[in-house]
Write a protein that binds this ligand. Sequence first.
Ligand code: SF4
Length: 158
Amino acid sequence: MLLVSACLIGLNTKYSGENNLITGLLRLAGAKELVPVCPEQLGGLSTPRTPAEIRGGTGPEVLAGLARVITAEGIDVTLEFVRGAESVLYLARILGVRGAILKERSPSCGVKQIYDGTYSRILRPGLGVTTALLKSHGILVISEEDYCELGLPEGMEK
Ligand code: SF4
């Protein structure tokens, strides 16, 4: 069983009310149990919602209280992002998942890159808040781009 960002399998959880469907993941859903999660919804944010970016760091700094998540309208949604990450970690634990496939570049789900907090489409290396929390608890996380390029890594295959 694997967690997957809900938007990647066609659920309209994205801030805009749309999705980021990756058809290859739908095919994977035929062979493995995929549990869709949207940390931003689980944290209490509505859909559609104003987009947010991490200001002053990346996911680990948010969890350490050293950076904040701020919407494009200047609202601090750090609490919602952390709550959502904790909800996903809770699900990962009670379900005993083997890992997670999360959406690259999202402030929650990003695996290698996120936007830099200036709303100018500039990327920086780093993890989203949920990815950071899962990885800090030893849960394997890859992005949909990793999956499309390389398939499932050892440890997530069974
Ligand atoms: Fe998709 Fe993650 Fe954003 Fe939810 S928080 S819409 S699952 S990228």
